[in-house]
Write a protein of this length. Structure first.
Length: 161
C-alpha cells in the first residue's frame, strides 16, 4: 500500500502502527509493551488507534494539506484546522500525564513511543511544546530510557543531540 511504517517478517509485509506494535509486543510479552489483562490491553490498543487515526491525521493535515484536497485554495484552511486540532491533541496528552509518568498510567507501554513521536512533531512544527509541562517531563523520562536513546541516536534524532 506504500504505507510507512512497514516491516517485513518471513517474507510477509505488515504495515500500520497499531498492527506493528501489537505484533512486536506479542513477540516479547515480558517487555510489557501492551498489557495482558483484557481491559488494559483494549485501552492500550484504543490509545494506539487514537494516535494513528486522530493525532497522526491532524498533524498530517497541518503538514500536508494537499493530501486532503486537490484545491490549493483550501490548503491554508486545512493546515490551520490541522494545527489547531493537533495542538488540542498535545494538550490532551499533557492532561493525561498530569498525575502519571506514562500515558497508560504507571507502566511504560507502546503508547509512550507514539507520545514521544507526537512531542517531537510538535517541536518540529514550532508548537510551544515546552509550555506543556507534563508532556515535556514525559519526554525527559523517555529520553532517560537507554533503549529509547539508542533508537533515537541511530535515527539521528535532534532530541538526543
Amino acid at each position: 500500500r506504500g504505507a510507512v511504517p512497514a516491516i517485513t517478517v518471513g517474507g510477509r509485509m505488515l504495515s500500520e502502527n497499531v498492527a506493528i506494535m501489537t505484533y512486536i509486543s506479542e513477540l516479547a510479552p515480558q517487555a510489557g509493551l501492551i498489557p495482558t489483562t483484557p481491559m488494559e490491553k483494549a485501552q492500550c490498543i484504543s490509545m494506539l488507534a487514537w494516535g494513528a487515526s486522530t493525532v497522526h491525521i491532524n498533524y498530517r493535515r497541518s503538514f500536508r494539506p494537499e493530501r486532503f484536497s486537490a484545491d490549493p485554495a483550501t490548503h491554508d484552511a486545512i493546515r490551520a484546522e490541522g494545527r489547531t486540532a493537533f495542538w488540542s491533541n498535545l494538550e490532551s496528552l499533557d492532561q493525561r500525564l498530569q498525575n502519571h509518568d506514562w500515558l497508560m498510567g504507571k507502566d511504560f507501554t507502546a503508547v509512550d513511543g507514539y507520545g514521544l513521536r507526537f512531542y517531537d512533531w510538535g517541536r518540529i512544527a514550532k508548537y510551544p511544546v515546552d509550555d506543556l509541562k507534563a508532556l515535556t517531563a514525559f519526554k525527559d523520562r523517555m529520553l532517560a530510557r537507554p533503549a529509547v536513546r539508542r533508537v533515537l541516536e541511530r535515527e539521528g534524532s535532534p532530541l538526543v543531540v
